[in-house]
Design a protein. Sequence first.
Length: 144
Amino acid sequence: MSATPKENRRTARMRLDEPMHVTINSMGDSVPYETSTRDVSQSGFFLEYDRPSRFPFNHASILEVRLTLPDGHQIFFNGKVARVVNAGEPAARETGSGIGIKIVQIDAKAENILRTFLDKLFTEQQRRASQNAGSPSNGTEGAA
């Protein structure tokens, strides 16, 4: 039996090469919190924090989130804190310490933009992986 916690995610998580800009407000609050993410899925995203306890929102907060995709599209949705991963916890070995944000309400247009972005990202990552699998690993193959 593994000590690793059960994965509760229903959708594939994609690791990004470059961080995406994220703006978060508490519902109805006009003061934005600016951050970024490198880890996103159709159901949410993960924010890396050294000290998640300093994140200015709690589990009860409904968040207004604006995610800026690399192509410039901005999508808006409501989210909530789904989990907090502190340094030293078993889950931190996989994700690092930080905050998981779950999408709780998103309109159809924004959902389609996010899905299209993730599909393209998945296809690109698969293409790169297959190219890397076909390349020699150390350059000595075929040397006489």
